[in-house]
Design a protein. Structure first.
Length: 323
């Protein structure tokens, strides 16, 4: 198939999502999984975010934009260029990586998109991350369906999607921890958008490891603890690598899970296989001296996040019930 035919086939696969009035945010193209290597396209209401993980010649990029305009008629298209090679990133201007102006349509400073009926503030010109990671849609729904009356700790919260989804389904308390106050403020905006009043004490700016240690020392536990770290991150104190440090993180998280509660362990590093991730989490449980009762494997929707033929999804999620 031609690239245009491949694009139309990807759109057709998502027909059911396009007709769902409760979700106006989903992935239109998932790179190799849809036959377009190095290209992802996310839809938020009527705005597209086109992410390029390989360098395209200008005519090729323009042709792709034109094809999206013809197929979807979006209000605007924003491009995010995400070269994988460090030397390319180092020599690329921020304005080239995430231009503030769209490549099609008029600028859109912000918009509100729905995911399973939950309202999220999206800022398509904000940078590489626009406010919501769509591959977690089904995982957020899974947690929310079990949240009524529960206490939830959402670590590496970003704009607090897990916490907000849980709060709207009647969680007794949803605590969000992230290093960035800016994204936590964004999360408070999201909660307000959904008709709830934020409590600043539940939006904690700080290092996740520090706060997990504080909760443990106070013997404060939660019915569900969400661990959704970046694959790599740097703080003033340390550099975090999911592959190297996940056992330490899982141990710290498990230490504050209530008896019979859930540890929701997530990893989006493609180089870590599902088997390897399970082993890392198991090592963490052993360090924390917590016994596993049962587990459920979760992940992204295969409708809009299809994996390439013969490969597993990059995102791995395990929900572990602990004794």
């Amino acid at each position: 198939m031609t690239p245009v035919e491949t694009l139309h086939a990807a759109i057709e696969r998502r027909a059911a999502l396009a007709e769902d009035p409760l979700s106006t945010a989903y992935r239109v193209v998932n790179a190799e999984g849809d036959g377009l290597p190095g290209v992802t396209v996310d839809l938020f209401e009527d705005v597209l975010v086109l992410s390029l993980y390989r360098v395209l010649a200008e005519p090729e990029e323009r042709a792709l934009v034109d094809a999206l305009v013809h197929a979807i008629s979006p209000r605007a298209i924003y491009v995010k260029r995400r070269p994988r090679e460090a030397r390319v990133v180092a020599n690329t201007q921020k304005s080239d990586v995430a231009p503030e102006l769209p490549v099609h349509g008029a600028p859109v400073a912000s918009l509100v998109a729905l995911e399973n009926g939950v309202r999220y503030q999206i800022r398509p010109a904000q940078g590489l991350s626009v406010g919501l990671y769509l591959d977690m849609r089904e995982v957020r729904a899974w947690l929310a369906a079990r949240a009524r009356g529960e206490t939830v700790l959402n670590c590496f919260a970003y704009t607090c999607g897990f916490g907000i989804a849980a709060a709207l389904q009647g969680a007794a308390r949803a605590v969000n921890v992230d290093l960035s106050r800016r994204v936590l403020d964004w999360g408070e905006e999201n909660l307000t958008l959904n008709g709830l009043s934020p409590q600043r004490r539940d939006f904690i700016s700080g290092d996740v490891f520090d706060w997990l240690s504080r909760f443990a020392k106070k013997e404060e536990t939660f019915d569900a603890v969400v661990l959704d770290p970046p694959s790599f991150a740097s703080t003033r104190k340390a550099v975090f690598s999911a592959e190297r440090d996940y056992p330490k993180l899982a141990a710290a998280g498990a230490a504050v899970v209530a008896r019979g509660g859930t540890l929701l362990a997530c990893c989006n590093q493609a180089s870590v296989s599902a088997a390897r991730f399970t082993a890392l989490v198991d090592e963490g449980l052993a360090r924390a001296d917590r016994r596993l009762v049962s587990s459920v494997v979760l992940g992204p929707s295969p409708v809009d996040f299809p994996a390439p033929p013969g490969q597993a999804p990059a995102l791995k999620v395990i929900a572990l019930t602990l004794e």
